[in-house]
Ligand binder design. Structure first.
Ligand code: URA
Length: 199
C-alpha cells in the first residue's frame, strides 16, 4: 500500500496515473487479467462514478461498464439526461472502478486487494476533481467509506474524498433484484437535484 501511495501521489495527470497503475506489480489480480480497465467518459464531468471491478466484457474490451450491468447503467444515466459519451459539462459522466483488473471468474475482490488499490482511486478522484462522486455497490463503499451495507448506505449523501458522495445500488444488483429499481430511481433524481443545488 505504501508503494501504491507514493506512485499515485507522483502521478501529475490521468495519463501518468494510468501508467503508474500499469507498472504496479503488487496486486495479484493484474496477472490474471487481460486488460487494464482505467476509465471511460469525460474528465471534465461533474459526476464521477466508482464501480467495483471489470467483468468479462470489460476485461475483453478494456473499458468499464460495457456488459449487461453497463447497459443498465447507461439507461439509468440517460433517464437523468446524462451520458458518458457527452462532452457537455452537465451531461457528462466519468466512470472508473475500485479495481482496474478483473478478478478471476468475477469473484468478489478481497479486502486486501481493495485497500491496495485505493491510493490510485483517491488520486484518480483528485485529478478528475468532480463535484460529486457516486459509489456503485458495496465494494466501492468498502474502499471509500470503509464499510459495507449498501441497503442502509444508499441514498444518503456523505462527505468523503473531499466532496459529497452518494452510495447507490450497483446496476448488476439491480439486474438480479429489479424491484429495487425504485430506490435507484429515487437516488438518480437526488443526484440530479444535488448537481442543481451546487449550481
Ligand atoms: N461492474 C463494475 O463494477 N464495473 C464494471 O466495469 C463492470 C461491471
Amino acid at each position: 500500500v505504501e508503494v501504491a501511495k507514493t506512485l499515485a501521489q507522483q502521478a501529475g495527470d490521468l495519463k501518468q496515473l494510468k501508467a503508474a497503475i500499469a507498472n504496479f506489480d503488487h496486486c495479484a489480480l493484474k496477472r490474471g487479467a487481460r486488460s487494464l480497465v482505467f476509465s471511460d467518459g469525460h474528465p471534465s464531468a461533474r459526476v464521477m462514478i466508482i464501480g467495483e471491478a471489470p467483468g468479462r466484457d470489460e476485461d475483453r474490451i478494456g473499458r468499464p461498464f460495457v456488459g449487461r450491468a453497463g447497459q443498465l447503467l447507461d439507461k439509468m444515466l440517460a433517464a437523468i439526461d446524462m451520458d458518458r459519451t457527452s462532452e457537455d459539462k452537465d451531461a457528462a459522466v466519468y466512470i472508473t472502478n475500485v479495481l482496474p483488473w478483473r478478478p478471476p471468474q468475477n469473484r468478489d475482490p478481497q479486502p486486501e486487494e481493495i485497500f491496495m488499490m485505493m491510493p490510485f482511486v483517491r488520486r484518480h478522484v483528485e485529478l478528475v476533481d468532480p463535484d460529486v462522486v457516486v459509489l456503485m455497490g458495496n465494494i466501492a463503499c468498502h474502499g471509500v467509506l470503509g464499510k459495507r451495507g449498501i441497503t442502509r448506505l444508499r441514498g444518503q449523501w456523505v462527505e468523503a474524498l473531499g466532496r459529497p458522495v452518494l452510495p447507490m445500488f450497483h446496476p448488476a444488483f439491480l439486474l438480479r433484484s429489479p424491484h429495487m429499481k425504485r430506490e435507484a430511481w429515487a437516488d438518480l433524481l437526488d443526484l440530479k437535484a444535488k448537481l442543481k443545488s451546487l449550481g
